[in-house]
Design a protein around this ligand. Structure first.
Ligand code: ADP
Length: 545
């Protein structure tokens, strides 16, 4: 048909071109391994990204080829984020917290040709390099360590490339731009290929006021690693809108992060709840030490945010938490919990309770939940497996025909998360399908129990798992880490839960531990807890017999 709108390609080169024309004076700040601070601007970064793109093409990177990164969050990593897709390649961020066996599997399954690696991570990289099939290794140097043999120095590579050779490619928006593997919390890692179009639309939707509400005037610090779910897409979103970015490098402990939040006047930051739980404790212990008056939103996601943490940040430190749910398969943001107008004149408690849920779908993301009786009503009670669809949601996994069961016949992605959806369309995540506890035929939410336990003043962290039970098949068991110097008995903690839950939901026992094992993304590693405590009740039964 004639007279239609242009078929303009939504691609990363268009994002880079916009940043080059408009955002040249915005700063990019990185903390280096030696703790020093490095700063330059988009205007300095973009010519370097262009030279990197030229150099990668000279090394043989062709359209659709995968180039990996194995780096902390810093400005060269951002250069690679731009250069690889702009050179026609696919940016494949390798998760440096995975086991070397998984990394070897992932890099060879992805067919990575080139890798950009931090020198401080060399020893880790070297463990899986030989079996990975990677042909060229480029090393970003931040120490005096000699260049490993057979590798290329990042700065020398850039120095040899000519910016004038860079060409803005008109890449088809349906071509792959990025690749991330799920971290395999629930099985062998699977690769998700995001298209240029998905990255651009995800960036636009993330920036919207009712999503993360980001603008050119913001200073954004992604604490979530650029090697996990692309730091929730924040580097791309900031690039599109021209926000100042702060990269914490390898220093992810609360005092270093607090120092950057205050000194760089960060306005929006994002990370997993374990980071914020640690930070809340430091803030509580050091009232008034850090000036966080610029900070207007702390985005939390990746696992459930306890109500007590959301309340603690708001009431004691005046800080707003934005709770988001997402997955690698969604590029990754799916929902965000901005409080809807209907709740604005309700008591604060009600608003916090809303914020502790996982939020409402971003524009263009559609949700539904299904159980054995079909699609569940949005009544806030009925539980089912969450299914989603939208323009930045995977339609399959890279070279994994065996994973087709993750998609419904009518093309929705089955998330494996068990949720209830309320009348606002707000998700309330109950469990991962693999963690859910079925006692006497009824579902119990481990997430609800652990979040309530973390509201007890003596509890630092709590995880609730499903343990086999001789009578009820499965029963909840709580594993609790107490705060330093605090005491609480098993009975006291169960009594604390009693007013909040039905009797049959209460864990039959609480085990105390020094720490809870974590996944590469800082989430509780429930598979390890189940290995250790899964037979807790049956063991007790045998001991008593
Ligand atoms: P992995 O599957 O390896 O953990 P992802 O980062 O893709 O990697 O994790 C996605 C999963 O994390 C979701 O399916 C969900 O179970 C959990 N998750 C993400 N955000 C939240 C949240 N806000 N609350 C509870 N769980 C969450």
């Amino acid at each position: 048909m004639h007279g239609l709108i242009m078929d303009f390609q939504l691609n990363i080169p268009a994002m880079l071109r916009r940043a080059e024309q408009l955002h040249f004076d915005r700063e990019l700040v990185s903390r280096r391994p030696d703790e020093s601070i490095d700063r330059y601007t988009y205007g300095d970064m973009i010519p370097r990204a262009k030279r990197l793109a030229v150099a990668l093409q000279k090394l043989g990177l062709k359209e659709g080829d995968r180039a990996a990164t194995f780096c902390w969050n810093h400005s060269q990593h951002l250069e690679a984020y731009m250069a690889i897709p702009c050179a026609g390649g696919v940016l494949h961020t390798l998760n440096l917290r995975l086991h070397e066996k998984d990394l070897e599997y992932i890099a060879s399954h992805a067919g990575d040709k080139i890798a950009i690696v931090d020198d401080v991570l060399w020893d880790l990289f070297d463990k899986f390099r030989a079996g990975s099939g990677i042909e060229h290794v480029i090393v970003v140097r931040s120490t005096d360590k000699p260049l490993p043999p057979g590798t290329i120095d990042y700065e020398e590579l850039l120095a040899d490339a000519n910016e004038a050779d860079f060409e803005y490619l008109d890449i088809d928006e349906r071509a792959a731009a990025t690749m991330c593997y799920t971290s395999g919390t629930t099985g062998k890692p699977k690769g998700v290929l995001a298209t240029h179009r998905a990255v651009v639309l995800h960036s636009m939707a993330s920036a919207m006021t009712d999503t993360l509400g980001l603008s050119e005037r913001d200073t954004v610090m992604a604490v979530v690693p650029m090697f996990h779910a692309n730091a929730w897409g924040m580097p791309f979103t900031c690039m599109l809108i021209g926000a100042k970015q702060v990269f914490p490098g390898p220093h992810l402990d609360p005092p270093h992060l607090l120092d950057l939040l205050a000194s760089e006047k960060v306005t929006v930051t994002g990370g997993v709840p374990t980071i914020w739980l640690g930070m809340l404790q430091i803030l509580d212990e050091n009232a008034g030490k850090y000036d966080l008056s610029s900070l207007r939103a702390v985005v939390t996601g990746g696992s459930a945010a306890p109500l007590s943490m959301i309340e603690g940040f708001a009431e004691r430190h005046g800080l707003l938490m934005l709770h988001s749910w997402g997955m690698t398969e969604l590029c990754p943001v799916g929902t965000v919990g901005t409080v809807p107008h209907r709740l604005l004149d309700k008591p604060k408690k009600e608003q916090y309770a809303f914020q502790a849920k996982q939020g409402r779908p971003c524009p263009m993301v559609e949700i539904r939940a299904r159980n054995e009786n079909g699609i569940v009503p949005w009544d806030g009670q009925s539980m089912g497996e969450l299914e989603v669809r939208g323009p930045w949601i995977a339609s399959g996994y890279y070279n994994r025909p065996d994973a087709a069961t993750s998609f419904t016949d009518d093309g929705w992605f089955r998330t494996g998360d068990i949720v209830a959806i309320d009348e606002f369309g707000c998700l309330h995540l109950q469990d991962r399908a693999k963690d859910v506890i079925k006692s006497g035929g009824e579902w119990i939410s481990s997430v609800a129990l652990e979040n309530a336990l973390m509201g007890h003043p003596a509890v630092a962290e709590a995880a609730v798992i499903c343990a086999q039970h001789p009578k009820w098949a499965e029963r909840p068991l709580a594993i609790v880490v107490l705060k330093k110097g605090k005491k609480a008995s098993s009975e006291e903690l169960i009594d604390f839960l009693r007013p909040q839950f039905a009797k049959w939901w209460l864990p039959d026992a609480v085990e105390f531990a020094d720490a809870i094992p974590r996944t590469s993304a800082g989430k509780f590693l429930k598979t390890a807890l189940r290995d250790k405590y899964g037979d807790y009740y049956t063991r007790q039964e045998t001991a008593q017999a």
